[in-house]
Design a protein around this ligand. Structure first.
Ligand SMILES: Nc1ncnc2c1ncn2[C@@H]1O[C@H](COP(=O)(O)OP(=O)(O)OP(=O)(O)O)[C@@H](O)[C@H]1O
Length: 258
């Protein structure tokens, strides 16, 4: 056993990650270490590889037939690309929230209970507890507690996105990936999700793709700037925005291209 002091604070270590779609290289030798209980923002122009990087972290790219991956992503001292890895378990540990809210056409309750049920939970009392806890963690409980049997698709866009976050939390992940989770939402719903992210990082590690640099600056501890498949710079968010090391980062954050 390692002592507490020598144990890595990094929940994710990415080493020399290449991702190809057929002949096209989408990520080139990415190195990044991610500490627990932080929010990491991924920024960069369209097509630079942000979503590809995010999807590499829970092996969502595996579903695309032409994909080829080199390098390693280590979580808890295991390479998630090892043959022995149970991808279903990995996706339980590393949850994902998408750009457009995508609740199932089921009740609010059944959306949140979905994951635990898939993993074998049948006890109604336990499920009730999970649903309430997850909805509370997603700051949605008070708005929906009297209508848990209503269809999720009747909720507002912002509520649907918080429901999708609750659905992710229900299986108790360690890491939450978010791919532009507020880009389809109005400013008030966006502010609620941003506030929620600040709350969630006490318990989870959050990696978020955003096109919005103000959002990255508001909510993240660290920011990673990608360009043409390369990780140009990764730093504490306030440093990256106030004192970037690379000219390309400076050009991007000052709006010279994008
Ligand atoms: N399924 C796929 N098949 C082939 N090429 C793909 C696929 N997905 C992404 N790519 C290519 O890989 C590169 C990186 O795409 P990716 O979606 O990761 O970028 P991004 O930074 O997330 O872009 P955006 O901000 O527009 O979502 C792009 O050139 C894109 O065209």
């Amino acid at each position: 056993m390692m002592s507490q002091a020598t144990m890595s604070r990094y929940v994710i270590q990415v080493e020399n990650l290449d991702v190809f779609y057929g002949e096209k290289q989408a990520l080139d030798k990415i190195q990044m270490s991610i500490e627990e209980n932080t929010v990491v923002a991924l920024i960069g122009p369209s097509g630079c590889g942000k979503s590809t990087f995010l999807r590499a972290l829970n092996r969502m790219n595996d579903m695309i037939p032409s994909v080829r991956i080199n390098g390693a992503i280590t979580m808890h001292d295991e390479n998630i690309y090892d043959k022995s890895i149970d991808v279903e378990m990995l996706r339980k540990e590393v949850g994902m929230v998408f750009q457009a809210p995508n609740p199932f056409p089921k009740s609010i309750y059944d959306n949140v209970a979905y994951g635990p049920r898939v993993h074998g939970e049948k006890n109604r009392k336990v499920l009730d507890e999970i649903v309430e806890r997850s909805l509370r963690q997603a700051a949605l409980w008070d708005e929906v507690k009297d209508r848990l049997k209503d269809r999720a698709t009747g909720l507002s866009g912002g509520q649907q996105q918080r429901l999708c976050i609750a659905r992710t939390l229900a299986v108790e992940p360690e890491i939450i990936l978010m791919d532009e989770p507020t880009s389809a939402l109005d400013p008030i719903s966006t502010a609620k999700i941003e506030e929620l992210i600040q709350e969630l990082k006490r318990k989870f590690t959050i990696i978020i793709v955003t096109h919005n640099m103000q959002q990255a600056a508001r909510i993240s501890d660290r920011t990673a700037f990608f360009l043409s498949g390369e990780l140009v710079e990764e730093d504490q968010t306030d440093h990256l925005f106030s004192n970037p090391h690379d000219q390309r980062t400076e050009d991007y954050i000052t709006g010279r291209f994008g």
